[in-house]
Design a protein around this ligand. Structure first.
Ligand code: SAH
Ligand code: SF4
Length: 353
């Protein structure tokens, strides 16, 4: 099968050009067409000669997915369900913030981590996305913005869609290099955040990369007993190991880490857990930010419900009183199946029924 041209870093495309006996500057021309003019076929690349266009067309594809569903929320959030070339469905979300246009991308078809509260974990992973398929999500959202005519650009990326990014490490890295490269989209590393459920090796490897991309850890509980109940991955990688890897990341990067904490009513939202969490983060509180996420109900996980506003406020107050920076995540698109994986799992249910 032909490879997606979006999956190649600039250097890889330069190398490909060299391998074809072509001059390296051709890579810059092709990237200009792909990422600045945003054409969808090699034929449109007018300053690229015909022979090279034919070579490119033989080796690569540009467009590999279609929009299956597009839902627009009253608050400007747009949720895309894409159908991949092999029929698989993935989700991508565009969120409009005061600081810009943020896109949440998916890295895998399904997820094997199987957290007990998550719609994505309901269906096991059927495959990893290629780097090109992850980049193409951004390009499709940019195409949507281009069509609106307001000159808006995707300015921020969160890798928080379906899948565990560090379980698809190499493709994730290629994706990050492509979107960050100034020859193309040039989205600043500081405007990109990768979220992990806590794969220790991945966190350490990521710390050693030369990219200054932000890291978020889905922590969700301040002790092993509770965390294992909520996220079975904690059995394989208990909190001590995860926090050691986080400390390693901090020592290498000195960049603030976000800790995501889903608030599940009467499960992990007591003041006692807030106190424990504050203790856990005490020695790195200047480099920590806790994102409190009110649980988005998932039909299949009816054992959980959303914390009460009082519990959320008490949790936040407890953290703040101990000097932990935190906030409650602003909800976006609650009218359109906002929680990651929900649109996809609904569509799959419709498809099979
Ligand atoms: N696999 C990675 C990244 C994708 S999940 C990770 O777990 O970090 C991204 C975020 O969506 C996680 O913080 C996860 O906790 C959150 N999430 C999943 N299901 C949710 C739900 N039902 N309600 C609210 N947030 C949810
Ligand atoms: Fe996978 Fe993240 Fe969902 Fe857990 S929360 S099942 S790691 S996508």
């Amino acid at each position: 099968m032909k490879q997606s041209v979006y999956g190649l870093t600039f250097e890889q495309l330069q190398q490909w050009m060299a391998d074809q006996g072509q001059q390296k500057f051709r890579a810059a021309q092709v990237w200009d067409w792909l990422y600045k003019k945003r054409v969808k076929s090699f034929d449109e690349m007018k300053n690229v000669n015909k022979d090279l266009r034919a070579l490119l067309d033989e080796a690569f594809t540009i467009k590999t997915m279609d929009i299956a569903v597009k839902q627009e929320s009253n608050d400007g959030t747009v949720k895309f369900l894409f159908r991949l070339a092999d029929g698989n469905l993935i989700e991508t979300v565009l969120m409009h913030f005061s600081y810009g246009q943020s896109v949440c991308v998916t890295t895998q078809v399904g997820c094997n981590i199987g957290c007990s509260f998550c719609a994505s974990g309901l269906l096991r992973k059927s495959r990893d996305l290629s780097a090109g398929e992850i980049v193409e999500q951004i390009m499709n959202v940019q195409e949507h913005l281009d069509a609106l005519g307001g000159g808006e650009r995707v300015s921020n990326i969160v890798v928080m869609g379906i899948g565990e990014p560090f379980d698809n490490y190499d493709n994730l890295m290629n994706f990050l290099r492509v979107v960050n490269d100034g020859n193309g989209l040039g989205i600043g590393a500081r405007h990109i955040t990768v979220s992990t459920s806590g794969l220790v090796k991945g966190i350490r490897k990521f710390a050693d990369e030369d990219l200054q991309v932000n890291l978020a850890l889905s922590i969700h509980a301040p002790n092993n007993e509770l965390r294992t109940k909520i996220m079975k991955i904690n059995k394989a990688f208990p909190l001590e190991q995860v926090m050691d890897a986080i400390d390693y990341f901090l020592s290498k990067k000195n960049r603030r880490i976000t800790f995501e904490y889903i608030l599940l009513s009467d499960v992990n939202d007591h003041v006692e857990e807030a106190q424990q969490l504050a203790r856990l983060l005490q020695n790195k509180k200047h480099l920590s930010y806790v994102n409190l996420i009110p649980y988005n109900p998932v039909e299949e996980h009816d054992r959980y419900s959303r914390s009460t506003p009082e519990a959320i406020a008490a949790f936040e107050k407890t953290l703040k009183s101990r000097g932990i920076q935190c906030g409650v995540r602003l909800e976006q698109g609650t009218d359109i199946d906002a929680a990651c994986g929900q649109l996809r799992s609904k569509q799959i249910k419709k498809d099979v029924s």
